[in-house]
Design a protein around this ligand. Structure first.
Ligand SMILES: [Zn+2]
Length: 454
């Protein structure tokens, strides 16, 4: 196994004491961190690759807890439209018509954008062709929790998505048996519930039983829009989505609730009491007009909250660093409190807290002895991020994906000094352009200003 020694770096460990090593070194042996801080000479072998990170910042790889790989090629299909048009008029028709090949291309493109924004691990919300998602993640070197988005009911669903409860449960089990813990444990399979509108009580309960049986996680969009609670009152004889999920026994440590906008204080307490994990998606929540989740209030109660970008049509950039900035900003503005959501809290949300939300806290989320070697190298030497008096604040408030220079996942360089190493990025760009040229979706998007062809 080859070794990599990174030296002279400003290493933000995110360990239990949040220690930072200035002028520190980090030694990777295979896919594991073998030494950090000061590396003993005798651990450095003749064939160790030595990388000088003078003037650069090393951070644990970022963890994005809500991604839709399948939606990447739908970016720009549904801008400035109401939610019903977004869903039924644009995204469902797009997503339901994706071939396996197109889904692979969409996943590859998404994975590359994630790597460029400093993400080394992500949690997928669920699409349909999970096997090609696995291929894309395997190819690009990322770490991921993948799942199928299951649906057994709902108005206006594309016919191809009409599946029975049993079919959806069986598919999830098959995917788990086939792909969980594969690719050197980089890929785990989770169970993916779509929304309360699209999932019967039976599907929700059985999914929970299976997730417990397989000791894996569940991801679900929860309390996204205010109408959701009215719908639950009318159809399920419960007060709200969270109230109903509680009655079904789903709220638990292995349940990742996404968006979680329409919760009252009692429901936040239910999350805390059952150790529910949360994925906050600030850009998507504003763009698709969901509202502002009570994130500082949840954190104050001890709930593990992480950050997700959501999919490309609802963000529209898969840039977690931009969502870190937004998370800090919108809650200060909402609560009129400059002390809320400080930058150290934001960095925790995308590293060690996100590792808990992804149920991978023993492997990743901090740079410590024995943990998996997932890290990013930030170059702060850019005009938009200098001067740098306080690196932690600088990362959140001034840096963007442009500052992410290199990325190591599972002990392997996947991006080095801005070059993606696992595939030919120019070819990928060509493939995406070709896909768009051949797609009928272009007609859905009308020009806002008159175009005069010359
Ligand atoms: Zn989503």
């Amino acid at each position: 196994m080859s070794k990599i020694l990174i030296k002279n770096a400003f290493i933000i460990t995110m360990n239990a004491k949040n220690e930072i090593y200035d002028g520190g070194s980090l030694l990777i042996d295979g896919n594991i961190i073998q030494a950090i801080g000061k590396v003993p000479e005798d651990l450095i072998t003749k064939d160790t690759e030595i990388y000088n990170a003078q003037g650069k910042i090393i951070l644990p790889g970022l963890i994005n807890t809500h991604v839709h790989l399948s939606q990447q090629l739908g970016r720009g299909l549904a801008d400035d439209v109401d939610l019903l048009t977004w869903l039924r008029g644009r995204i469902w028709p797009y997503e339901s018509s994706l071939s396996k090949e197109a889904n692979y291309l969409s996943s590859l493109a998404c994975c590359v954008e994630l790597i460029k924004s400093g993400v080394t691990t992500f949690v997928e919300a669920g699409g349909q062709h999970v096997d090609t998602m696995v291929d894309a993640v395997a190819k690009t070197g990322l770490r991921a929790n993948l799942c199928k988005s299951v649906m057994d009911q709902g108005d206006g669903l594309p016919a191809i998505w009409n599946k029975t409860t049993d079919q959806e449960l069986q598919t999830q089990c098959n995917l788990f048996e086939k792909f969980n813990n594969t690719h050197n444990q980089r890929i785990n399979i989770w169970f993916g519930l779509r929304t309360i509108f699209n999932n019967s009580d039976l599907l929700i309960q059985k999914t929970k039983q299976l997730a417990d049986h397989y000791k894996t996680g569940i991801s679900m969009h929860v309390a996204e829009i205010s109408y959701e609670n009215q719908y639950v009152q009318e159809t399920r004889n419960s007060f709200s989505t969270v109230d109903h999920l509680h009655k079904l026994g789903v709220l638990d440590h292995n349940f990742l609730a996404v968006h979680t906008v329409w919760l009252d204080d009692r429901e936040v307490d239910l999350f805390r009491d059952h150790d529910v994990k949360v994925s906050h998606n600030p850009a998507a929540a504003m763009k698709v007009c969901l509202g502002f989740a009570k994130i500082p209030e949840m954190i104050a109660k001890g709930i593990d909250v992480s950050i997700g970008t959501d999919g490309a049509p609802s963000n529209n950039r898969m840039d977690l660093m931009r969502d870190m900035y937004l998370t800090a900003m919108i809650h200060k503005g909402r609560l009129l409190d400059p002390l809320t959501m400080p930058s150290e809290e934001i960095v925790k949300m995308v590293t060690k807290n996100a590792a808990k939300c992804a149920l991978r806290e023993n492997e990743i989320g901090s740079l410590e002895l024995g943990k998996k070697a997932d890290l990013i190298i930030l170059n702060a030497q850019s005009i938009h991020s200098l001067p740098m008096y306080d690196p932690i604040a600088n990362i959140v408030y001034t840096m963007s994906s442009e500052n992410v220079e290199s990325s190591i996942i599972d002990g392997v360089w996947v991006m080095k000094e801005k070059t993606i190493l696992m595939l030919d990025e120019n070819q990928l760009l060509e493939d995406v352009i070709k896909y768009v040229e051949n797609s009928s979706y272009q007609q859905l998007v009308k020009s806002r200003f008159p175009i005069i062809k010359i």
